[in-house]
Design a protein around this ligand. Structure first.
Ligand code: APR
Length: 257
């Protein structure tokens, strides 16, 4: 078991979040696990059973049908059923009540927006749109049949690609800019459910820390951040910890009187 140094309490985290001028939440697949979406790594990780090459852009272009079969199974089969969970909802309430400035998410599941967050930077795009490889025409993924794969463009007949970032593709410039800005202005970074393994998304918590932010991390397991970047490690599932943070942040407390 990895020795966890920065273990901390919900009370400390609530105090830091209450006093924060600008908090950014930095989320990974772990925040959606309790919505029924498997993570990529760890004991139930997708990459234990599938080769990540199916999400490599060169592989997709050369083998669109093979790649699409797995993409549909991994992402589109669950998309209709997955709902935001309590952790997503608390982040939406925090934004609404002025206690959260931005969410930077590595997730493509759209659950932060469905929970109500408006200030969301989708570092790896979003699965709700498909785009034609040739004419760039965009389609709502939910309105395109995935019975026959690969789906093709009604305008030019070429292949449609999910509008999320494949390995080997560049990060959407708007998400990149927003993330750099958030890492520069945040006085608290709240990391929820990420291993911290994937570049270049994983650079933002250390960047925020270097700019003076306090790093709070929520994860049932230690991550690459826990003993290097994290100031306060709240070990546990995202929904459990976030519900306790919500109670502390928004319930009248003794020091409010
Ligand atoms: N609550 C909070 N965290 C959880 C939970 C939970 N209920 N269950 C698992 N986790 C944690 C795991 O301990 C792990 O640290 O979520 C993390 C999931 O790690 P990954 O699957 O690697 O997800 P992530 O870090 O977001 O991956 C980054 O890798 O494959 C690419 O593009 C993909 O965006 C993804 C990127």
């Amino acid at each position: 078991m990895v020795k966890i140094t920065p273990s901390g309490s919900i009370t400390e985290a609530v105090k830091i979040l209450r006093q924060s001028r600008f908090t950014t939440a930095f989320t990974g697949a772990g925040i959606s696990v309790e919505s029924g979406i498997p993570p990529f790594r760890g004991k139930d990780g997708i990459w234990n059973n599938y080769d990540p090459k199916v999400l490599d852009i060169d592989f997709f272009i050369e083998n669109p049908a093979r790649s699409w079969v797995i993409i549909k199974e991994l992402f589109y089969n669950f998309y209709h059923s997955a709902q935001p969970n309590a952790a997503h909802r608390v982040l939406a309430r925090m934004e609404k009540e002025g206690k959260l400035g931005r969410v930077i998410t590595q997730n493509i599941d759209n659950l932060h927006q469905e929970a109500g967050n408006k200030m969301v930077s989708e570092f790896h795009g979003n699965l709700k749109k498909l785009k034609c490889l040739s004419c760039d025409r965009e389609y709502n993924a939910m309105k395109i049949s995935l019975e026959e794969l690969p789906p093709t463009c009604r305008q030019c007949g070429d292949i449609l690609k999910p509008d999320f970032v494949f390995f080997g593709e560049s990060i959407p410039s708007s998400a990149l800019m927003e993330s750099y800005e958030a890492a520069g202005i945040s006085d608290v970074f709240l990391i929820i459910g990420t291993t911290g393994e994937v570049m270049p998304a994983n650079q933002f918590p250390p960047m925020a820390k270097a700019n003076g932010a306090t790093i709070i991390e929520i994860n049932p397991e230690p991550s690459l951040y826990t003993n290097t970047t994290t100031d306060l490690f709240l070990q546990g599932k995202a929904t459990e910890i976030m519900k306790k943070i919500e109670a502390g942040l928004f319930s009248p407390s003794l020091d409010d009187n």
